[in-house]
Ligand binder design. Structure first.
Ligand SMILES: [Zn+2]
Length: 283
């Protein structure tokens, strides 16, 4: 074989590989129809009977729809629609990030969880209620950070509207917990007078440009594996302070970034094979 032929074959194999990037779960285009059923856990699970969140609704719009991760348990879709209506009432439009894949399962990029149709990312930054972004804008618009990581403080562009959206989400009974950057949690601890709703708002890495809402296992899903319940209290203690210290420290002396391995599909409950392989009518 000539060198040229070898290099052409090599290039061809690369393009085939990138066309198949992802996994069997990200390749499925449609939900499995039927009654909703969550199987397994948030970071190792799947869902039958998921529904698509309409890409634009009152007070919200789905971002990066090309990723095809706007499916979830009907309760999650109703939750987003309700949060949107509340935002619209206050003159805003929420930008919605990933929910899950049509049948859940591990995504090849971006998350470890979001596997069981119960997780949704909501951007902090909002649009005016009457502004609908073009499809191209929803793919390209930046998701700005709301913290100054090396200072351990909020970005001045933080708005009380973002706090309102967080609070609305935390007050929804079907919400189990919400992940935000520890710097945001600490700022809320310092500013909120009524702090009951802060219990569900948990400090984490990242989550400085969006918050991550996780619903509890719905009553229709006996195979859904819940997380350990949250400890009581507002969480405004030494724990949040040590989170902030770690985050500031990591931002000031960054280590070389090692891309994490995508989550494996091998850890899913056996019932998920059936969800993945069951053919479903394509409408
Ligand atoms: Zn998330």
């Amino acid at each position: 074989m000539t060198l040229r032929l070898i290099s052409i074959l090599f290039l061809l194999s690369l393009s085939v590989a990138s066309a198949h990037a992802g996994n069997a779960w990200s390749a499925v285009r449609y939900p499995l129809t039927g009654p909703p059923q969550v199987i397994g856990s948030y970071a190792a699970g799947c869902i039958a009977g998921a529904v698509a969140l309409p890409l634009v609704g009152e007070g919200y719009q789905v971002m990066r729809a090309s990723r095809n991760r706007y499916y979830g348990h009907p309760q999650l879709v109703r939750f987003v629609e309700r949060l949107g209506q509340q935002a619209a009432y206050q003159g805003s439009r929420l930008l919605i990030g990933d929910l899950g894949q049509p049948r859940g399962g591990p995504a090849p990029t971006g998350h470890r969880s979001h596997q069981s149709g119960l997780d949704v990312d909501v951007w902090f930054v909002q649009q005016p209620r009457n502004r609908v972004l073009s499809r191209a804008e929803t793919e390209q618009l930046d998701m700005p950070s709301m913290v100054r990581m090396t200072e351990g403080t909020l970005n001045p562009r933080w708005s009380p509207r973002y706090r309102d959206a967080l609070k609305q989400a935390a007050l929804s009974p079907e919400v189990d917990r919400i992940f935000v950057n520890a710097i945001i949690k600490q700022a809320l601890c310092n500013s909120e007078i009524d702090r009951n709703w802060l219990n569900k708002v948990r400090p984490w890495w990242g989550h400085d440009a969006h918050f991550h809402v996780r619903l509890a296992c719905p009553p229709d899903s006996i195979q859904c594996k819940p997380q350990k319940p949250l400890p009581p209290g507002d969480g405004c203690d030494s724990d949040v302070a040590s989170w902030v210290r770690d985050i500031v420290q990591a931002a000031r002396s960054p280590k070389p970034y090692r891309k994490p391995e995508p989550p494996s599909a091998d850890r899913l409950p056996a019932a998920c094979n059936w969800v993945l392989e069951n053919p479903t009518a394509q409408w």
